[in-house]
Design a protein around this ligand. Structure first.
Ligand code: SF4
Length: 99
């Protein structure tokens, strides 16, 4: 497992660009608490009550104990469509738009 660095203890949130999702389900395997495939075959983030958030760009907080799993999901995502960003300034820290 790769080390996760550069977070600095800041609160992070994650969202999925369903337009690019291939539906392979890797994210749901890595972090089923955060990601799930819906009946349309695309992955969505899970909100409170395990509800899938269908609005484009919907975000959920990244629980610290699941950070590595979420970051691994972003790194392995074939669609390059998992975006992890800081809550404070919305800067992407893991994902296709991270520096
Ligand atoms: S890993 Fe990426 S492409 Fe695969 S289901 Fe999850 S969001 Fe979609």
């Amino acid at each position: 497992m790769q080390q996760v660095t550069g977070v600095g203890g800041e609160a992070l949130e994650v969202w999925i660009d369903q337009d690019l999702c291939t539906g392979d389900g890797i994210c749901a395997q890595y972090a089923p608490e955060v990601f799930e495939l819906d009946i349309d075959g695309l992955a969505y983030v899970k909100g409170a009550d395990e509800e899938l958030l269908q609005e484009p760009g919907a975000t959920v907080p990244v629980p610290l104990p699941l950070l590595v799993d979420v970051v691994d999901s972003a790194r392995e995502c074939p669609g390059d469509c998992i975006h992890v960003r800081r809550v404070s300034d919305s800067v992407e820290v893991y994902g296709p738009d991270a520096e």
